[in-house]
Ligand binder design. Structure first.
Ligand code: CU
Length: 157
């Protein structure tokens, strides 16, 4: 083996060891972790809908092939809904009929929008980004009622 080849091999090995030590230092001494999937952390794992103020609610929506979790949301009329939307797998869309809400559901990213529901009724929402074989079935609804019922169900909660 040539002397310069030995030098290149030795340098390569030294670089590998340096990078390995740098990763160990970052993970152990600096406690830097590789980011986890957003849908694996709270509140996306547990409370999908909760009250944050008088007539104000926070909704954490997960889109996945091919459903929304939750798929049915019930709120009293006059509620303001703060929506945080993400995806568990691929890019989906989230559009609420007759409301100015149109979000992308992107893996490892959270998109936010808020909307106030003044009138009682049913507001359908659907995926507007073609996401595969059952894209057409990817939908849900928001019930706005006259009473104080607050509930989020469906989509394998
Ligand atoms: Cu879709």
């Amino acid at each position: 083996m040539d002397k310069s080849e030995k030098f290149a091999l030795g340098l390569s090995g030294l670089l590998l060891i340096t990078f390995f030590v740098a990763i160990l230092y970052a993970s152990v001494a600096k406690n830097i972790q590789v980011p986890t999937c957003i849908t694996d952390v709270e509140p996306f794992t547990t409370d999908t809908l909760f009250q944050v103020g008088e007539d104000e609610y926070e909704l954490h929506m997960i889109a996945r092939m091919w459903a929304f979790q939750p798929s049915t949301v019930t709120l009293p009329a006059g509620s303001t809904l703060h929506m945080y939307v993400t995806s568990q797998d691929i890019i989906h869309g989230f559009k609420i009929e007759n409301k100015n809400v149109n979000l992308m559901a992107v893996p490892n990213s959270i998109n936010y929008m808020s909307v106030t529901f003044d009138e009682p009724g049913e507001y359908f929402f659907a995926c507007h980004e073609f996401c595969g074989a059952a894209h057409h079935a990817m939908a849900g609804r928001i019930h706005i009622t006259e009473d104080d019922e607050v509930e989020a169900t469906g989509g394998d909660l």
